[in-house]
Design a binder for this molecule. Sequence first.
Ligand SMILES: [Zn+2]
Length: 63
Amino acid sequence: MADKVKDPVCGMMIRPEDAAATEEHEGRTFYFCSKVCHDTFVAHPHRYGHPQDEAGHAGHAHG
Ligand SMILES: [Zn+2]
């Protein structure tokens, strides 16, 4: 009974053992439903790796 985790790219809730890929970012492990989501995260980790931060910067464009 593993807790579900959220794929930060597409927002899908998945089980860690079902993840197609994982990535560590700033000490946290992220899980992805597909290689495509993983590739997207790796290309833009700052966009997906900090959801709280993103909320705090509403309307502020990052590069
Ligand atoms: Zn996904």
